[in-house]
Write a protein that binds this ligand. Structure first.
Ligand SMILES: [Zn+2]
Length: 243
């Protein structure tokens, strides 16, 4: 099995073989932080198959183009009703993400930004529907580049939120120059509420996503969020350095 396919930002501290699977473990001070199982058949390559993370670090779990979500996912998803009219059934989120978002949202409002959730928790089925819809509308190359495959989206954890903004009675989202100051403010203040900007500019080679100023990710507390944001890091870099 090609260990070389392990993303460069992860350090391998132990490798063991278990039938058709191969397990790679990331440990710190002797305790398991993250375990990844590879399956050589998936996608025709040695693709990451599974992960585990200890409960004390549960908000640092890594989901990206290479790391799939392990189902069943243990996050408790709570109801949240977005004022954004087009957001019908995917504004729920993980319970502590919800609590932090409530405080962050109030702070944004007090600073003149009427922000809302455009999209948060998505079931795997919903991610599948979104993927297929965009594939039909924009083509397979576009969808591969811009949308996470079902099972590989942070939105399926309930820890990610896409933010939109109401400005002069109009909802704005995505790339829009009228949102420039808001995105700047969001980036500058999200760490105080335990969120990081997950796909920043300049890190596209690692994230394998284009810059997304609207996508924030809850990491559990503001100390961790600050050590990522203040040092212009992303989650992959933080995990590789800290663990
Ligand atoms: Zn998103």
């Amino acid at each position: 099995m090609a260990i070389a396919r392990v993303p460069h930002y992860l350090k391998v501290s132990a490798v063991s073989e278990d039938g058709v699977y191969e397990t790679i473990e990331y440990t710190k001070n002797g305790s398991l932080l993250l375990g990844v199982q590879f399956h050589p058949e998936i996608e025709g390559e040695s693709y990451l198959f599974d992960w585990l993370i200890s409960s004390c670090h549960k908000y640092l779990c890594l989901v990206n183009r290479d790391f799939a979500i392990q189902y069943p996912c243990n996050y408790k998803i709570v109801e949240y009703h977005s004022k954004y009219s087009k957001c019908v059934n995917d504004s729920n989120m993980e319970e502590n993400t919800y609590l932090s978002w409530q405080v962050f949202k109030k702070f944004l409002y007090e600073n003149g930004y009427d922000a809302e959730v455009e999209s948060a928790y998505r079931s795997k089925e919903l991610q599948e529907k979104i993927y297929q819809k965009i594939e039909q509308e924009e083509g397979s190359e576009y969808v591969r580049e811009h949308v996470a495959k079902p099972g590989f989206s942070e939105h399926e954890l309930g820890l990610a939120i896409d933010i939109c903004l109401k400005k002069e009675d109009e909802w704005l989202s995505g790339f829009d120059e009228r949102l420039d100051d808001f995105y700047y403010f969001l980036k500058d203040n999200c760490a105080n509420f335990g969120f990081i900007l997950r796909y920043p500019k300049g890190k596209e080679k690692i994230t394998k996503y284009n810059y997304e100023p609207w996508h924030i990710r809850f990491v559990g507390n503001k100390e961790i969020a600050h050590s990522i944001m203040d040092n212009h890091k992303i989650l992959e870099e933080y995990l590789s350095e800290e663990y």
